[in-house]
Design a protein. Sequence first.
Length: 283
Amino acid sequence: MSAKQAKHLDGIGALAERYQVFLLDQFGVLHDGQQPYPGAVEALSALKRAGKTVVLISNSGKRAEPNERRLLKLGFEAGSWDHFVSSGEVAWRAFHAMAASGKLRPGTRCLLISRDSDRSAIDGLPLTLTDSGDDAELVLISASEGDRYDLDHYRKLLGPAAARQVPCFCTNPDRIMLTAVGPRFGAGELADLYEGLGGSVTRIGKPYPAIYDAALALAGNPDRASVVCVGDSVEHDIAGGAGVSVATALVLSGILADVADLAGVFDQEGAYPDYALDAFRLR
């Protein structure tokens, strides 16, 4: 489908008439990290009242539970979604399985890149934290503090590990993140930096299939014709949804809010939404 064929909708009410399962992004769709977008709380609750299956699917390096706590704190109604799948949760479960099978050695020294010293990404895993790339045996990039540090800070931190080919996992492939001071580079940009320094990275999250497989399994593996993926990123949400053969809807309230040439973005990413909405609201 070309960019010109994306159908513009006034709200998600029109999607609710057509689809039963909603895979919803959070940042840039439901909220901006500080507060809900106008109408988003009501729209999310309305989907559940209409009997829809709602799975929140997020490129957050944090596990599901802290993400859900934040949504409640922001004012979203308890019970207005069925499941929450974060890239951090998918990664944690993968690491847990590796530890149980012996593939991950207990005490492995991990350099964790996160926000505000958050350690939820590795809680309960047999890892030993290190703050140096010199002795790290594993690098886990779960978030960026691009609003506090520049790329040179991360270059110095990650360089020694990349030079030694230490395995790196990025659980938030977003290259741009919304912050209180505007858009800044995200964890995905740090993963690119690590590769540029000579290391290799395994990315977990949208648009890669594992997170969608987890979300669709929780939704009961529905007929994909009944599923729509709603997000604000062409690179992650639209490309990812198309990659698993579900309909896609682009919300223009997030990282693309000030982009004039949307068609150029679609062409650059080779991904084209089925629908476009100005905001995640009911009408």
